[in-house]
Design a protein around this ligand. Structure first.
Ligand SMILES: C[S@@+](CC[C@H](N)C(=O)[O-])C[C@H]1O[C@@H](n2cnc3c(N)ncnc32)[C@H](O)[C@@H]1O
Length: 250
């Protein structure tokens, strides 16, 4: 089916890629100028050239493309490597319902919403400035199952029978009792904490409340440079945060 006006496309070559939408006008890039209206007659999988003759294939962008290229990042986001662990270790899937407290720029919420769609994700952000950034990012993600509230999570979690509650800021221990009331039996509470002291505080509270399967992990991903002299990349992100998981047991 030919591409429609407003549709998002990823223009991908071996060396570079650009996210844009089908519209009038031009996209100026380091590889040359794309006449975007020409996309209208194309399909995903077709090719398009810039005015310099550089060839790109038209790809349907996924949520990671959109997060990398279309969404504004506030200073601290949860990186894909850690999101992957949260999705896999909690086993949430299509139809799961989630509350993410502390939206920030919305990276975690957007990843989760894309994963559980048509399940619902509600995210709370207490700072108006961050709320406004996240609102635009959620709009850019085009997800319809993600709702943001300008709300301090300490005021309480109104949603019930949840599969997962996530907290990504200092003081996650203050949410353990509240989470226990809003989760379904077997549902997960996940705290993301850069420092071990925060991990100890949240784990202690999880034990007091009677959560099951408490586990803290750190996910270190090392990229390798593959050539005739293959070796690990000399630099990269090592520590991002500790992820603590626990399941509601009563
Ligand atoms: C580290 S950022 C979250 C980043 C987010 N997980 C992401 O991947 O983009 C923490 C956010 O939590 C918000 N926050 C802190 N305390 C809060 C509370 N009690 N209720 C709601 N939001 C809170 C902060 O304003 C900040 O925007």
């Amino acid at each position: 089916m030919p591409l429609k006006i407003g549709e998002l496309v990823l223009l991908m070559s071996v060396d570079s890629s650009y996210l844009t939408e089908v519209r009038k006008g031009e996209l100026h890039t380091a590889d040359g100028v794309f006449a975007l209206e020409n996309l209208k007659r194309k399909n995903f999988g077709d090719k398009i050239r810039t005015h310099l003759g550089n060839e790109f294939i038209i790809v349907k962008p996924n949520i990671k493309d959109i997060l990398e290229k279309k969404v504004k990042r506030l200073p601290q986001i949860i990186m894909p490597k850690d999101v992957a662990l949260i999705l896999a270790y909690t086993g949430i899937s299509r139809g799961s319902n989630v509350v993410d407290i502390g939206t920030g720029s919305g990276f975690l919420s957007i990843f989760i919403a894309s994963h559980v769609d048509p399940g619902k994700v509600v995210t709370y952000e207490k700072e108006r400035k961050n709320f406004e950034v996240a609102k635009k990012n959620i709009l850019a993600s085009r997800l319809k199952n993600l709702r943001i509230k300008l709300k301090n999570g300490l005021a309480g979690i109104s949603e019930k029978n949840l599969d997962l509650i996530t907290v990504d800021f200092k003081g996650a221990e203050k949410f353990v009792k509240k989470a226990n009331k809003s989760l379904k039996i077997g549902g997960y509470f996940v705290a993301y904490s850069p420092y071990v002291e925060q991990v100890k505080a949240v784990v202690s509270e999880m034990r007091k409340v009677g959560f099951s399967s408490i586990m803290t992990v750190e996910n270190i991903v090392r990229e390798w440079r593959v050539s005739d002299h293959t070796l690990p990349e000399p630099s990269g992100i090592m520590h991002t945060g500790f992820i603590t998981f626990a399941r509601k047991a009563k």
